[in-house]
Design a protein around this ligand. Structure first.
Ligand code: SF4
Length: 222
């Protein structure tokens, strides 16, 4: 029996601690690649980022935010004008409608502020569990973990938190990630998935957690 089979498909607590220790050594202060300066700007950027790249969103918000970066300003700008700023982003029609409706709801129910609870965030138009988790974690420092396609892939491949859907992976991560790594786990795993453990051809030869990872189809050394 191979060493990997003997160890099983799921990482044990010591291996999980080691995995995050290594990711933390590589990047002690990870954060989002979305450019923002306020919780509201982050919320808008995350809504725009669904099925789009952070680079594409940043290009649009670099022009949008100097013109409108508050709920009041976006409602005043209006849906039609907003579309001109975000027309390069996928699903921009629906996103423009959601951003305006979300801004109006903030004005009507939260005094124009971004709420700090999951329930209030998820009640906003265009905001689902993942977006709420990103805002709670990145804007407000809550130890939530938003599972996107990168985190889902890394969690399953490595054996860190295998699960059949994003919610199962999120629940598992919240159980197994050591408390001291919880705040930054979201960004360490996203960045690892985006730049190293890529979907099509993971860069296993240069991966710092290769010896811990249970993925059976690792990319071999060149
Ligand atoms: S060894 Fe390969 S599959 Fe495993 S985490 Fe690293 S890049 Fe991903």
């Amino acid at each position: 029996m191979s060493a990997a089979k003997r160890r099983g498909r799921t990482l044990d607590a010591g291996e999980i601690d080691e995995l995050f220790t290594r990711l933390a050594e590589l990047d002690p202060n990870p954060t989002t690649e979305l450019v923002y300066t306020t919780p509201f700007e982050l919320l808008v950027a995350v809504i725009l980022s669904a099925q789009a790249t952070d680079v594409g969103v940043n290009k649009a918000t670099r022009l949008l935010f100097p013109v409108a970066n508050t709920p009041q300003a976006l409602v005043a700008l209006g849906e039609h004008a907003l579309k001109r700023y975000i027309a390069t982003i996928g699903l921009y029609n629906a996103k423009a409608a959601n951003v305006i409706a979300m801004s109006q709801r903030l004005l009507d129910h939260h005094g124009g502020d971004v709420p700090r609870t999951r329930e209030a965030l998820e009640a906003l138009p265009g905001v689902g569990r993942k977006t709420a988790n990103v805002v709670l974690n990145t804007a407000f420092g809550e130890p939530t973990i938003a599972v996107d396609t990168h985190i889902f892939r890394v969690s399953n491949r490595t054996g860190l938190a295998p699960g059949k859907d994003v919610r199962a992976v999120e629940d598992k991560l919240l159980r197994v990630v050591p408390q001291r790594f919880r705040l930054n786990a979201h960004h360490w795993l996203i960045l690892h998935g985006r730049y190293v453990c890529k979907a099509r051809k993971p860069d296993c030869p240069h991966c710092v957690i290769r010896d811990l990872c249970r993925f059976p189809d690792k990319t071999p050394d060149a």
